[in-house]
Design a protein around this ligand. Structure first.
Ligand code: E4P
Length: 226
């Protein structure tokens, strides 16, 4: 029965605030959570709190909702407000000193937190020390600057394992199927994936070709399973 075990498996989050995209992918049984950010909320054209509430009903796993404040006290106040929406709201905070302080406060209150906009291993170390539930290193945005984003995932994995930090590495800013594969190879706990990238994962021309040949031969047997 080993194949039924899902303990320790890599989690897939969907990186979108569009309900129809989340519904479609949730049906595959592959979606463990959702991440949003202010840009994705803007793109969805929806009211922030309303759309987060809808997503939280659709997906029982962590749903990241980002604060808009940049100053500690206001960040904590916004985080508490967002946490009222649903149990599975994960408060997303930018990786600044105020964000890290807010992370410690909200984590100590028992909230899930996701420290975002991480671009260095030292930043990730700070987030772990602040008790973050998730750290979000942005792979694609580093690649855009000619810096190997995947190297950051390897570095964070090593540092967290050295000290047994429990903060989960959430590979973010994923733009390609190779970003996902390399994140899995590097030991990321979670990847947040744009819907189009997630949908393209199962496709392979040799799968299509092989299936067509099997179906043609099956037809020739004249048999039916049901
Ligand atoms: C998710 O938490 C991030 O906000 C998102 O993955 C950023 O992706 P982008 O760099 O493609 O905007």
């Amino acid at each position: 029965m080993r194949g039924l075990l899902i303990e320790g498996s890599m989690k897939f989050f969907v990186d979108t605030a569009v309900i129809s995209e989340i519904e479609e992918l949730a049906a595959t049984g592959m979606v463990d959570g959702v991440t949003t950010n202010p840009s994705l909320i803007h793109k969805s054209g929806r009211d922030f709190k309303e759309v987060i509430a809808e997503i939280c009903k659709l997906i029982p796993g962590p749903v990241s909702a980002e604060v808009a404040a940049t100053e500690f006290e206001q960040m904590v106040a916004e985080g508490r407000e967002l946490a009222k929406i649903a149990e599975n709201v994960t408060i997303k905070l930018p990786l600044t000193w105020d964000g890290l302080r807010a992370c410690r406060t909200l984590t100590d209150e028992g909230r899930m937190t996701n420290v975002t906009l991480c671009f260095s291993a030292n930043q990730a170390l700070l987030a772990a020390k602040a008790g973050a539930t998730f750290i979000s290193p942005f792979i694609g945005r580093l690649d855009d600057m000619g810096i190997n984003g995947m190297e950051l995932i390897h570095e964070i994995r090593t540092i967290y394992d050295n000290y047994d930090f429990h903060t989960e590495i959430l590979a973010a800013s994923i733009r390609t199927v190779n970003h996902l594969k390399d994140s899995a190879l590097a030991g990321a706990d979670v990847a947040t994936i744009p819907p189009s990238t997630l949908k393209s994962l199962a496709g392979h021309p040799l799968t299509d070709k092989g299936l067509a040949a099997f179906l043609a031969d099956w037809e020739k047997t004249g048999q039916k399973i049901i």
